[in-house]
Write a protein that binds this ligand. Structure first.
Ligand code: TMP
Ligand code: ASP
Length: 244
């Protein structure tokens, strides 16, 4: 097995740092406990989040890979560090929704917890200066953010991930309300990148989405000052690892 040595830092994002390795095809990501919301306007710490997000994301990516979704996951090195394929990120945040919540509820005036007739997909243009604006396929093509083939593949993979994650979390008594994915290019192929964690998904206690008072087990507890943030991350992680 190849030994991965951490070299210089390439990038620091809001929740992760990225380091080079000796192999130009691989980088090491290191997950932080830093939490932000509303494009960095709200800042805080969620103690232990980095460890949970690292391990959870790796478990989910490994599961998805087994079911035929190509991902960037290579090898977990430690509690917070993982070797991943070095991709060129497609600058689109890919959001899948099963139940109305968050910005969808606000934008379209739909009560949070309303089940959608079909799962939906939307793209945001990954650009902090512009606050990640909503963008459609034509705009993405016109701005050369991705090719038609890449967009088609991203949609296909994102809906497949949705089917697999819904089923996976159902067994943990969690309803997958919505989530955000990012994809990258690796040797000409589009693969799943970034992370899948309570930072990037809405997880509601099973069955609670059709009541006024749903129980969030995700970063909404931080975004909305609901309290019990760490407990929520720990609870999802506990259910995930108990099921192993
Ligand atoms: P939204 O309802 O605020 O648009 O969020 C939709 C989903 O995307 C939700 O599961 C949280 C996730 N998300 C991110 O991962 N990063 C972000 O920057 C935002 C705004 C949302
Ligand atoms: N991406 C957001 C931020 O930049 C965080 C979020 O709402 O998930 O702060």
């Amino acid at each position: 097995m190849e030994k991965f040595e951490k070299k210089q830092q390439l990038y620091e994002g809001k929740a992760k740092k990225v380091f080079a390795t000796e192999n130009p095809d691989y980088v090491i990501v290191s997950y932080k406990d830093d939490a932000t919301a509303f494009n960095g306007q709200k800042k805080g710490t969620i103690v232990g989040k980095g460890v949970i997000n690292n391990k959870m994301s790796n478990m989910l990516m490994a599961m998805l890979e087994k079911k035929g979704v190509p991902t960037h996951f290579v090898e977990q090195l430690s509690d917070r560090e993982t070797v991943v394929k070095k991709v060129q990120i497609v600058p689109l945040e890919v959001i899948i929704r099963n139940v109305a919540a968050g910005s969808f509820s606000k934008r379209y005036g739909v009560k949070e917890g309303t089940k959608l007739s079909i799962p939906t997909i939307e793209f945001s243009y990954k650009c902090d200066e512009l606050d990640d604006p909503l963008i459609n396929d034509y705009h993405a093509l016109a701005l050369n953010l991705a090719t038609e083939q890449e967009i088609a593949r991203i949609k296909e993979l994102a809906f497949k991930v949705n089917d697999l994650l819904i089923e996976f979390f159902k067994h943990l008594n969690i309803d997958l309300i919505d989530f955000k994915l990012e994809f990258g290019r690796f040797h000409g192929e589009v693969i799943l990148a970034d992370e899948i964690s309570p930072d990037t998904c809405r997880f509601w206690e099973a069955g609670s989405w059709d009541t006024e008072k749903h129980v969030s087990l995700d970063k909404d507890r931080f975004r909305r000052d609901l309290g019990g943030v760490e407990d929520a991350y720990n609870e999802v992680f506990k259910r995930l690892t108990e099921g192993e």
